[in-house]
Design a protein around this ligand. Structure first.
Ligand SMILES: O=c1ccn([C@@H]2O[C@H](COP(=O)(O)OP(=O)(O)O)[C@@H](O)[C@H]2O)c(=O)[nH]1
Ligand SMILES: O=C(O)[C@@H](COP(=O)(O)O)O[C@H]1O[C@H](CO)[C@@H](O)[C@H](O)[C@H]1O
Length: 331
C-alpha cells in the first residue's frame, strides 16, 4: 500500500507497448467492438469513424483488430447518423434498441443500449467529438485486456489541453474531473487516487464485467464503471494506458454543472463499498421503461443556476436525469 493508504496497484502502460499486428496475434478467437456514442456530432463523427475503420477494421477479407465499429446515435437532431454511416460505421439509434425497455436521454443510456447490438468480448468506447487523437487510442486500450486476464477495465491517460476559439491552448481540460470527480475520490475512495483520468471518455472493458454493472443513464457512466470495477474486481482489475494527448469539443460552464450533478449522483450511490451498502437504496434502481418497473420516469435531480436578465439574476432550473439501468445481463 502506497503512502497515505493509496493503493498503487493500478498498472500503467503506454500505447507504444503494442503494435496492431501484436494485438491481432494476441486476439485469438476473442471479438472486439468499438462503440462511439454520438449526440449531434455531425462535425466530427465521420473523421473519427473513418480512421477507426481504415486503421483497425477488417478490410478486404483480411482480419483486422476490430470486428465492428458501431455508432450509437443518441437522439441526434443533426446529420450524425447519415455521416457516420457514410464513413463506414454501423449506426444504431439508441431509442430504437430494445424498445420494450423504453428510452431515456443520456450518454450512459447510449452505452448501456450498445450492449444489445454489439457482440465483442471486449468493448472500446471512443467519444465522437475527438479532434486531436489517434487510433493508437484503441490499440493502447485493448493491450492490457489482451495480455492480462485479471484486468477488466482500462482507462485512457492523456494531456487534455483546452483549445480556445483562436486555437490557443488554455488551461487544461477535464474541469469536472478536477473539480468534482478527483476531490470526491480523494474523500471517499482514496484507493482510486492512482487513476489519472477517472472520467476519460475513452475506455475499454470486458463485456462480461460491463453487463454485470448497473449503468447511470447520463454522464455518471464513467465514474460508475470505475468504482464498480474496483468493488467487483479490486483496484488491480483496473489498468490505465498513456495515450499522449487528446483534445475535444468542450462544454460551456452551465452544461458542465449538469454533468457534475450526474457524476456526483452516480458516485454517491457507490459511496460505500458493497459490504456497507445495506442502508442505501440498491444501486441501479430501474428507470421507467425497464420492463420490471414502470414506476416513475427514473430519478431526476433539479439543478438551479442563474443568468442575469433585465430584472436581475433569474434562476434557470434544469431537471437532471440521475436514474440507472439495471445490469444488461438481467434484461
Ligand atoms: O446524451 C448524450 C451526451 C453525450 N453523448 C456523447 O458522449 C460523448 C461525450 O459527451 P460530451 O462531448 O458531451 O462530453 P465531454 O467529453 O465534453 O465531457 C460524445 O461523443 C457525445 O456525443 C451521447 O452520446 N449522448
Ligand atoms: O473530464 C471532464 O471533466 C469532462 C469535461 O471535460 P472538459 O472540461 O470539457 O475538458 O469530460 C469527461 O467527462 C465526462 C463524464 O464522465 C465523459 O463522459 C467525457 O467523455 C469526458 O470527456
Amino acid at each position: 500500500m502506497g503512502e497515505a493508504g493509496i493503493n498503487r496497484a493500478v498498472t500503467a502502460y503506454r500505447a507504444s507497448d503494442w503494435t496492431t499486428a501484436d494485438l491481432i496475434a494476441l486476439k485469438g478467437d476473442r471479438t472486439i467492438s468499438v462503440v462511439v456514442p454520438a449526440r449531434d456530432e455531425e462535425a466530427t463523427v465521420a473523421a473519427v469513424v473513418e480512421r477507426l475503420v481504415a486503421d483497425l477494421g477488417s478490410v478486404a477479407g483480411g482480419r483486422g483488430l476490430v470486428d465492428e465499429v458501431v455508432v450509437i446515435d443518441s437522439d441526434s437532431t443533426d446529420a450524425t447518423a447519415r455521416v457516420a454511416a457514410a464513413a463506414g460505421a454501423r449506426v444504431e439509434p439508441a431509442a430504437g434498441i430494445r424498445p420494450d425497455l423504453g428510452t431515456v436521454p443520456g450518454k450512459g443510456e447510449a452505452l448501456w443500449k450498445s450492449q444489445f447490438v454489439t457482440r465483442g468480448d471486449l468493448v472500446v468506447f471512443v467519444d465522437a467529438d475527438l479532434l486531436d487523437w489517434g487510433t493508437h487510442f484503441v490499440t493502447g486500450l485493448l493491450g492490457p485486456l489482451l495480455v492480462d486476464e485479471d484486468v477488466h477495465l482500462v482507462k485512457a491517460v492523456y494531456d487534455r489541453p483546452m483549445i480556445d476559439a483562436e486555437g490557443r491552448e488554455e488551461e487544461a481540460g477535464g474541469r469536472v474531473t478536477e473539480l468534482v470527480a478527483r476531490p470526491w475520490l480523494a474523500l471517499h475512495r482514496p484507493e482510486l487516487a492512482g487513476i489519472v483520468q477517472p472520467l476519460s471518455g475513452e475506455w475499454a472493458i470486458r463485456r462480461s464485467a460491463f453487463a454485470s454493472y448497473s449503468v447511470p443513464v447520463g454522464y455518471g457512466i464513467e465514474i460508475a464503471a470505475l468504482i464498480d470495477t474496483a468493488d467487483t474486481h479490486g483496484v488491480g482489475g483496473i489498468a490505465q494506458v498513456d495515450l499522449g494527448r487528446r483534445t475535444h469539443r468542450h462544454h460551456r460552464h452551465d452544461t458542465l454543472g449538469l454533468m457534475a450533478v450526474q457524476v456526483l449522483a452516480a458516485a454517491d450511490r457507490r459511496r460505500f463499498r458493497p459490504v456497507d451498502r445495506r442502508r442505501l437504496r440498491p444501486v441501479g434502481e430501474p428507470v421507467d421503461g425497464d420492463r420490471r418497473d414502470r414506476s416513475g420516469l427514473g430519478e431526476t435531480a433539479v439543478l438551479t443556476q442563474y443568468a442575469r436578465r433585465s430584472a436581475g439574476f433569474e434562476p434557470v432550473v434544469t431537471p437532471v436525469g440521475i436514474g440507472e439501468r439495471p445490469p444488461a445481463a438481467s434484461c
